[in-house]
Each structure stands twice: as C-alpha cells, then as structure tokens.
Ligand binder design. Structure first.
Ligand code: EPZ
Length: 427
C-alpha cells in the first residue's frame, strides 16, 4: 500500500529550501482572471492543490503553462470567458467540492464577468467551513445568490458591482480575499473592516496592486479598495510558505538537531518562533532564512492558543501537538479557528501519547519520554504532516498512509525531510 515509511529517533541535520506558499498562490491564480493580459506567477509550489487550480483555470478557457520558474496564465479574450461560458461551465466536481480554495473563484469571476455557478465548496474533516461571511459581504456589493440542487449561483444585479462598507464579523481569510477580488472591479470604493491580516491576504493585495489596483491599509485589519482601476498583467513572485517552514521547524524540535530553512519567511513567523523558543529551541534569522537548533527534550507549553494572524496559526496546531506529546511537562492547546482540528489525538495516543480532549476546543497533553512507532492514516493535510513528525520523533519504524492529503500542501515532504537527515521514503 502507498504511504510514507520512516525510521524514528534520528536527530535532523542539514538545510532545505522552503517552497512557495500554497495559500498565497491560489487566490493570486484566481486574480489573474481579472485581466485579459498575461501574468507570470513565479515560485508557485508544485503541489496537488495548485495542479487542481490550474485545471480549473483551463476548464474556464484560460491558457495556462508551467514554466521553469512558475506559471504563465493567459485568460484569453473577454468573449472567451463571458458570463455564459462561466455559467455554462458550471464548475463542478471534486476540484470544487474537495478544495476549499476554489471558493476564491467566486470573487474573481464576479469581478471578471459578473456571474458564476459553482458546486457548493463543502466542509471537510477539520470543520463545516460555511460561506455565510462571503455571501453577506458580496450581497452588500450588489450580488444576488441562488442555491439550486447543491449549486451556488451568483449574479451581479446591475451592470456592475458597487463599492460598500463591509464589516466582517470574523477575520475570514477567504471572505477577505473574495471581497478584494470583487472590489477591485466594482464601481467606487470598498472598505473592509475586520479584514484578515494573514500574509497570504497581503500577498494578494500586492499582486492586485502590481496589476494596477489601488488598495490602502495593506497588512492591517481595515482595507480600502479604490475600485474599477484598469488592470493589466504582471509578473509576481509568491512568498515562501510559512506553514511548511513551521512544519520543518517543529520537526527539528521533535527529533532534536539543527537545521537551516532557506528562504523561510521568518518575518511572518513571530508567533511560531516564540513558541519554538519557549519549547527550548534556538532560532536565528538571517537573509539566508531561519536556523533552528534543539539539543534537548522540548519543554511543555502550559497554554498554546491558535488565533488569526499574527496569532499562532491553526495550520501548525497539529504539528505542535505532535511535538508536545514528548515534551517535559503538561501542555494545553486551545483551537479557536476550526471546530474539529484535534483528529490526530487518537493516532498519537496509539503511539503512547497522553492526550485528553475537552469541549472540542481544548487538548490537554501530558508529555511522555517515548512514543512508539506505529502505522497511521492521514485524513487531512496538516494532520497528515503532524503524523509524519510524530513518526520521526518516535522509536522504531512508522508508516503513514493517506499521502495524497499531504501532497495537497507539501511539494515533497519526504525529499525535504531527507535533506534534513531524516530516514524517510515514500513507498
Ligand atoms: C484559509 O482557509 C486557509 N486556506 C486555511 O488553510 C487556514 O487554516 C484558514 O484560512 C485560517 O487561517 C486557504 O487559504 C486556501 P477562514 P479559509 O475563512 O479561508 C469560519 C491549510 O491547511 N467561517 O479564515 O477557509 C470557518 O468555518 C488550510 O492550508 C465562517 O464561519 O479560513 C472557520 O471556522 C486549512 N463563515 C473560520 O471562520 C465564513 O463565511 C476561519 O475560516 C467563512 C469562514
């Protein structure tokens, strides 16, 4: 059976280059639809979710080519991607329902042609993933929504969307991105209050500005978009992936050793390196990247809570849990973003970890000296990566199935960890 086999208990040593950011690349690829001109998106990670997104863009009539340094996107002439075509191409199938990030096509297609029909991008194992904030915000900009047989249809009521003052009840990354993608093409100004401040939102704003859009307050929780500026193609380099960098940082803490994560976006990882240092790691930053060293058993973190940026990222909660199971002392993790993100507790307990879950939001972990290698099954992206880290920190051999989940976000986790000295192979 396909999976990842590894030998635990080996300290990591070496250096690895951090790939481009999945969660920055995907909304930027959607944003290329906002102009007919060619755009070059460099440093795009070669991961399953990007390949699926490229497939969606081609389905919509775009010419998309992988090049040595990135992706060339030519949306084609306007009539190519008219409303009828977008309507006609009811975006359905696994690429929509199985990939939440396809949701950013909603804002991009509304911005480009004023209409879109897509299968409801459903929930996933980490949560129900509702889209009420997206719908409410876009309705304020003059978009009408209809739901029929599981399909979501959105149509701009007037000639164009109009700017609005939008307050997001929660700093949703996706909702902020969808509003940005629509607002740059709307008539007038759109102010977003309570916007997400994630670096991936900032990268999208930078890309849109490079295309000619005018956005103020970038990086903050209040964004002002001056709509309807003529947009043109551009060349943009996707920033490195802070979650991939954080994954390998925690791998080093779990196994011990010293690693250099070149091109790691350490300036976006303050909350992460702070936790790493509390666990006993030494983090040194330079223009080369992030150097991490951990020579002793990690210290427990009495209280670790996830939060919107610049808080500790929910996407690193599982990998932090995997490492804390071997820490010296007791830790408590509070997950504040998704309602079902402790699924790896069970497989970790099968390896000897001591974890008690409380009210769906809290995990109490009592550190143990040793984890036993085991056979485990990944059932989602970041939990899968966490199980790999647990296997590397355990004694003996481990085997993780469900590799396709991990491949959604990591170009080649085995190759990367082998470069850091891990004994790991995809079979
Ligand atoms: C993005 O998801 C990321 N995905 C996620 O990364 C990340 O965990 C998340 O932001 C939080 O940082 C991409 O960028 C492709 P949200 P998104 O809207 O946009 C609730 C990974 O592993 N909510 O900020 O879907 C929602 O249910 C993935 O790379 C509503 O209630 O996240 C969740 O509880 C996993 N209504 C919370 O907000 C809405 O309309 C955060 O969601 C929208 C969201």
């Amino acid at each position: 059976m396909k999976g990842i086999r590894m030998q635990g208990g080996i300290p990591l040593q070496g250096k690895v280059r951090i790939q481009g950011s999945k969660n920055a690349a995907l909304p930027i690829l959607a944003a290329t639809l906002l102009t007919n001109e060619v755009s070059y998106i460099q440093n795009c990670p070669r991961i399953a979710d990007v390949h699926r997104f490229v497939h969606l863009l081609r389905e919509l009539g775009c010419l998309v080519h992988w090049q040595e340094k990135g992706i060339r996107v030519q949306p084609g002439e306007n009539e190519e991607l008219s409303c009828e075509r977008a309507e006609a191409r009811r975006m359905q199938g696994e690429a929509i329902t199985g990939m939440r990030s396809s949701l950013c096509l909603l804002g991009a297609l509304l911005g480009r042609c004023g209409c879109v029909t897509m299968e409801h991008p459903g929930g996933c194992v980490i949560g129900e993933r509702p889209i009420n904030l997206h719908i409410k915000a876009l309705q304020q900009m003059g978009v009408e929504f209809r739901e029929e047989e599981g399909l979501l249809s959105a149509q701009v009521k007037e000639e164009k969307m109009h700017g609005a003052e939008i307050t997001l009840e929660f700093p949703s990354v996706g909702a902020t991105e969808n509003v940005l993608l629509a607002a740059v093409k709307a008539d007038g100004d759109t102010r977003i209050l309570g916007a997400a401040r994630e670096p991936e939102v900032t990268a999208l704003c930078e890309f849109l500005m490079a295309c000619g859009a005018q956005i103020e307050g970038i990086g903050g929780s209040e964004l002002l978009v001056h709509g309807d500026r003529p947009l043109h193609g551009t060349r943009y380099t996707v920033p490195s992936d802070r979650i991939v960098a954080g994954t390998y940082l925690f791998a080093c803490i779990g196994c011990g050793g010293s690693v250099l994560l070149t091109e790691a976006p350490w300036e976006q990882m303050e909350a992460v390196t702070l936790v790493a240092e509390k666990m006993g790691a030494q983090c040194i930053t330079s223009e080369e990247g992030l150097f991490v060293q951990c020579s002793k058993r990690p210290q427990a973190i009495p209280y670790l809570r996830t939060g919107s940026y610049p808080g500790f990222p929910t996407d690193l909660q599982s990998v932090a849990m995997a490492v804390l199971t071997k820490a010296d002392g007791s830790s408590c993790i509070e997950e504040n973003i998704f309602e079902n993100r402790f699924r790896i507790a069970e497989p970790l307990k099968d390896m000897g970890a001591e974890i008690v879950l409380k009210d769906g939001r809290h995990a109490m972990i009592t550190g143990v000296e040793h984890l036993r290698g085991n056979r485990m099954e990944a059932c989602e992206l970041r939990g899968g990566a966490a199980l790999v880290l647990a296997g590397l920190a355990a004694e003996g051999e481990s085997f993780v199935t469900g590799q396709h989940f991990i491949e959604r976000g990591y170009e080649n986790i085995c190759r990367d960890l082998r470069e850091l000295g891990a004994r790991i192979i995809s079979v």
